[in-house]
Design a protein around this ligand. Structure first.
Ligand SMILES: [Fe+2]
Length: 522
């Protein structure tokens, strides 16, 4: 509710003063517009104009006590809503008791004939859901509905990564983007993301218009407030407006159990330092979405003998009994056995931490490391035999074949080997970018193909490239003394080929009633 502030009246016209009185009396812009019998946009515009004149910061509207689930999308002015998607969103909200929030955006389309007459309108079906106030919907999450980003902006998150302080932020934009922002050690990284749109493509034939059309994505963000935790993920519809959220498929006709998810790409594993919280939460997620394929990055940490560990770290491991390579390989084998039970097939992506094993074997001085000498020489002999026979021996795979109970469930990708599902490349870890340069989500966004990669340990979406986070402990020793943007993030590819990043917060990836919706659908 907007608090009364008589100071604002000094900056208001007669009409704007009427709006202010109505807003203070009714408690919201929407209710004020209803009471005055005028258009919501007119009241909102008048209110914002007064705030600007008075030099007040954009108002933050507090959370409604009874709203615990939100669906947030954006709408371009002078453009029709996607009928199927809007109807399905409405149905989703009614089934889940969610509030639909639509952030109005403004685009000057010089080739839109309707726009020439009057472009200050939004599809009438969307008007009841339009929100233009900055709205805090959870303890740590703010919807920046007061910011009208340009729908053709290439990077919608630019400039808005710090505006919400330490709280996460959702911004309205027809393109889906996501970034983590580093916070102090021990504090969960904040997420900044854009929504996707619920209006159809309607762009000019200019350079900017063509770019906007290419990146226009139907979509929305689902927010589940769960006590002190907040779960956030995207939903993206098919052409008919239907979409899958976790284990439930929603159409204009209703809800039904979704087919099994096609794939689950976990955040980097680093098995010896795997977070028990994430492992348990992943089991719960996998039981719900039943992925056919599990994709794993950086499974072997190789902290036992890594070249990254210097003298004091090596001694610390020696004292704590974690400097044995065979010991780490056994721990890793047990962990993959456990994870591989979550899907029909588990894909092992060639990763830089796996390479640390090979790099250790390359150095002759390690032959004198008595604690690890058996592993060193046995592995080296196996690799040399393979080379002599004209074949290839992956040292990590060699030991997993020996130590795992369910090694037959694994599909090992060789360096550079592709693993495509639904036109999305899952075979690159991300440590090497295009043309062998250092990899980043941004560099993978330039190649045109859709990619899900690991390596960065923080969630990110840039155009067709997305990065999962980590499944390890947040404190891995070398990262304790700097702000961290690491997140516990996995990527789901649903049966229809649409994707979402999903984040583990407070030991869970979703609020429990999200799983119950599937039962409702059944
Ligand atoms: Fe990693």
């Amino acid at each position: 509710m907007a608090a009364r502030d008589d100071r604002l009246l000094e900056f208001a016209t007669e009409r704007q003063a009427q709006y202010l009185e109505a807003i203070w009396q009714e408690g919201s812009i929407r209710a004020a517009a209803r009471q005055l019998g005028v258009n919501f946009n007119a009241v909102h515009k008048g209110y914002q104009a007064v705030l600007r004149k008075a030099g007040s910061p954009a108002e933050v509207v507090p959370v409604e006590a009874n709203a615990q689930t939100y669906v947030i999308t954006s709408a371009v002015n002078a453009t029709k809503a996607h009928a199927g998607f809007l109807r399905t969103l409405q149905l989703y909200c009614s089934l889940r008791g969610a509030r639909l929030m639509v952030i109005p955006l403004r685009y000057q389309n010089p080739t839109n004939r309707d726009a020439k007459r009057d472009n200050e309108w939004w599809d009438s079906r969307l008007v009841p859901y339009l929100v233009s106030e900055r709205t805090k919907i959870a303890r740590d999450l703010i919807v920046l509905a007061d910011i009208k980003t340009q729908p053709t902006a290439v990077n919608p998150l630019q400039k808005w990564q710090t505006v919400t302080g330490t709280a996460s932020a959702i911004i309205g934009h027809p393109k889906i983007a996501l970034k983590t922002v580093a916070t102090n050690p021990g504090v969960p990284a904040k997420l900044v993301m854009s929504t996707g749109a619920c209006t159809v493509e309607n762009y000019s034939d200019t350079n900017a218009g063509a770019s906007g059309k290419f990146h226009h994505t139907l979509g929305a963000v689902v927010v589940e407030v769960d006590g002190p935790r907040t779960h956030i993920r995207h939903i993206c519809p098919m052409r008919d407006g239907s979409f899958i959220d976790l284990a439930t498929k929603y159409t204009v006709k209703g809800a039904e159990p979704a087919p099994r998810a096609d794939g689950l790409t976990m955040g980097d594993i680093h098995a010896e330092l795997a977070s028990p919280i994430v492992t348990q939460a992943t089991k719960e997620l996998a039981e719900l979405i039943r992925p056919k394929v599990l994709v794993l990055h950086d499974v072997l940490n190789f902290g036992s003998a890594s070249h990254h560990a210097k003298f004091f770290e090596k001694f610390r491991r020696h004292v704590s009994g974690t400097s044995g390579v065979l010991h780490e390989l056994k721990v890793t084998a047990r962990h993959i056995d456990l994870l591989s039970g979550l899907a029909d097939k588990t894909v092992m992506v060639n990763s830089n931490h796996h390479d640390h094993f090979t790099q250790w074997l390359e150095k002759a001085e390690h032959a004198l490391d008595m604690e690890n000498t058996l592993v060193f020489h046995e592995t080296k002999a196996a690799m040399l035999r393979a080379i002599h026979e004209g074949s290839y021996c992956d040292p990590f795979q060699y030991w997993m074949d020996k130590l795992m109970k369910h090694g037959d469930r694994l599909l090992w990708l060789k360096p550079g080997e592709s693993f495509m599902r639904h036109g999305i490349e899952h075979g690159w870890h991300g440590h090497k970018g295009p043309n062998g340069v250092r990899g980043s989500t941004k560099s993978f966004a330039t190649i045109g193909a859709k990619v899900v990669k690991g390596h960065s340990h923080g969630a990110e979406i840039i155009d067709g490239a997305r990065s999962v986070g980590t499944s390890s402990l947040m404190d891995m020793g070398y990262n304790t003394d700097s702000p961290s943007g690491w997140t516990w993030t996995h990527d789901i590819t649903y049966a229809n080929g649409k994707q979402t990043l999903i984040h583990c917060v407070g030991g869970r990836f979703f609020r429990s009633d999200a799983a119950m919706t599937k039962e409702f659908a059944a």
